[in-house]
Design a protein around this ligand. Structure first.
Ligand SMILES: *[C@@H]1O[C@H](CO)[C@@H](O)[C@H](O)[C@H]1NC(C)=O
Ligand SMILES: *[C@@H]1O[C@H](CO)[C@@H](O)[C@H](O)[C@H]1NC(C)=O
Length: 222
């Protein structure tokens, strides 16, 4: 009998060890702090007392995004910051509205894979694989009802190539997938990234970098 208990204990221990890992970060960083008074809770958010939870905590209404902006496309996020009931559940959603020729510019969700369905219109979409895979571009023209997946962490985009407006709904595999818009990140950093870094990285001269850094880089996520 003792041997059986021992084996069960070993089994439990090894399965525990096998499944133990650091949780993926749900924020960009978490600097260690000694003073708990000035600390925030991670990973995720502090949980509300379940007895006080209401249906409203799981609900949000989403209006069409305003596409009157330089990109002609607006992302309306329904992440944990907008819908507290998503905390710890590992999913979120976005609605993307496009004016004709509207672009959701190249960006990354560093914490989530995206699965997108076109509800209205026609989109040219794509993503680029990593250096390890020789930066291959995968693209597709999507019509109403078509679904496409953008794997976690890869640069991707969506362009309205139809004659009218377009609407897409995206599901994301994180309560807080994060968004890094490539151009904004590189040319609108605060403080600016050094010209020497950018001229070498992009093989252009200083005036081109100065021009890019002078542009208004609209953040089309809200
Ligand atoms: C944090 O607290 C520990 C234990 O009190 C102390 O040894 C350490 O120096 C502190 N670290 C910082 C950065 O204050
Ligand atoms: C959409 O955005 C434009 C530009 O900021 C603004 O002028 C307009 O009032 C907005 N429309 C709505 C319906 O909010």
């Amino acid at each position: 009998m003792k041997v059986v208990y021992f084996l069960v204990a070993i089994l439990a221990l090894t399965s525990c060890v096998a499944s133990a890992y650091d949780p993926s970060p749900l924020q960009d960083f978490c600097v260690a702090l000694n003073d708990t008074k000035n600390a925030v809770f991670v990973n995720g958010k502090i949980c509300k007392d379940p007895k006080l939870v209401k249906a409203e905590d799981f609900f949000r209404h989403v209006e069409p995004g305003n596409t009157s902006n330089p990109l002609g496309a607006q992302v309306t996020q329904v992440f944990v910051d907008q819908l507290p009931g998503l905390n710890t559940l590992g999913v979120s959603l976005a609605r993307i509205d496009f004016a004709p020729k509207g672009l959701n510019p190249p960006h990354i969700h560093h914490r989530g894979t995206e699965i997108l369905i076109v509800i209205e219109g026609t989109l040219y979409v794509g993503f680029v694989t990593s250096n390890q895979d020789n930066n291959r571009l995968f693209t597709k023209v999507l019509n109403k009802g078509d679904v496409f997946v953008f794997p976690i962490g890869l640069i991707h985009f969506q362009l309205n190539v139809g004659y009218g407006n377009a609407i897409a709904i995206a599901g994301l595999s994180s309560q807080s997938p994060g968004t890094i818009t490539i151009a904004n990140t590189l040319f609108n950093a605060t403080p600016p990234i050094s010209t020497e870094v950018l001229t070498k990285a992009f093989q252009v001269d200083k005036s081109t970098i100065a021009y890019l850094q002078k542009q208004f880089w609209y953040n089309n996520n809200n």
